[in-house]
Design a protein. Structure first.
Length: 260
């Protein structure tokens, strides 16, 4: 396909913002100085561009490292453009059945860099329940679904993503360091599922299992969110067994869709 013609009167600020979005989409994270160098502008200009994109949800900022990465709006566009919405349509009926069987809220989650995007949610029918997080992004290490996806990475890849030190905590129970995260991921690999007790939100716990990988498809996980009073390690293992049945079927369905 031929490239579109260059506009006769390009708007420089729009051009810079779009170039910056492309850059953020290509790398895991970027600094203000890195953005300035790539765009060939002053640090103050790069900072204003990033601040505007952050305000609109296209980038997010790590409060500890001060680096910027793809935000929820950019992730949503990327998911839609690369077939994520069709994957969502494939998975949705299974999420509904799983939620009904367990009577708990169920999430479909994918990882992008340090973050996870909640692509879809099906809420429990109970009067008191965990609410939908559809469209939200969170640090991957702070969620069960994020941890089960991070467990696919090597130690070197984990350190490339998060460094070697402390991690921002969302609650007093959040994973607080890369060393603690690595220990947790070792347990996830042994168990085949991840648990999160109050790590992303007080009063909410979760169990997650990764969907088997399929070439050309996003790597995703299914998480079951439970009010913390209703979850212990024994119940978590039971839930994981049920979720595993569903993700195996989802993986087979996705593989068939990819071949078709």
């Amino acid at each position: 396909m031929a490239e579109p013609p260059q506009p006769t009167h390009p708007i420089e600020s729009v051009e810079r913002a779009l170039r910056l979005l492309s850059l953020v989409g290509e790398v895991e994270s970027i600094t203000v100085s890195g953005a300035a160098a790539d765009l060939g502008v002053a640090r103050s200009t790069a900072h204003r561009l990033l601040a505007t994109l952050r305000y609109r949800g296209f980038v997010s900022q790590d409060p500890l490292t001060k680096t910027y990465h793809a935000g929820p709006e950019l992730l949503k566009i990327g998911v839609a453009m690369t077939g994520g919405m069709s994957q969502h349509q494939i998975v949705r009926p299974h999420l509904e059945s799983l939620s009904k069987e367990l009577d708990e809220t169920v999430h479909l989650v994918l990882r992008h860099g340090q973050q996870v995007l909640f692509v879809d949610s099906v809420e429990s029918g109970a009067a008191v329940r965990v609410m939908s997080r559809a469209g939200a992004t969170m640090p991957a290490y702070a969620t069960a679904a994020g941890q089960v996806l991070l467990a696919k990475l090597s130690s070197a890849e984990i350190h490339a993503l998060f460094g070697d030190g402390e991690l921002e905590t969302l609650t007093p129970y959040s994973v607080s360091s890369v060393a603690e995260l690595e220990t947790k991921l070792e347990q996830v690999r042994r168990d085949g599922f991840a648990t999160n007790f109050n790590g992303s939100e007080n009063g909410v716990s979760a169990v997650a299992v990764a969907i088997p990988s399929t070439a050309g498809m996003h790597e995703m996980a299914v998480g079951v969110a439970v009010l913390s009073d209703g979850l212990d390690l024994s119940r978590a293992a039971e839930i994981a067994g049920v979720v595993r049945r569903y993700v195996d079927v989802i993986g087979e369905t996705m593989a068939s869709a990819a071949v078709a």
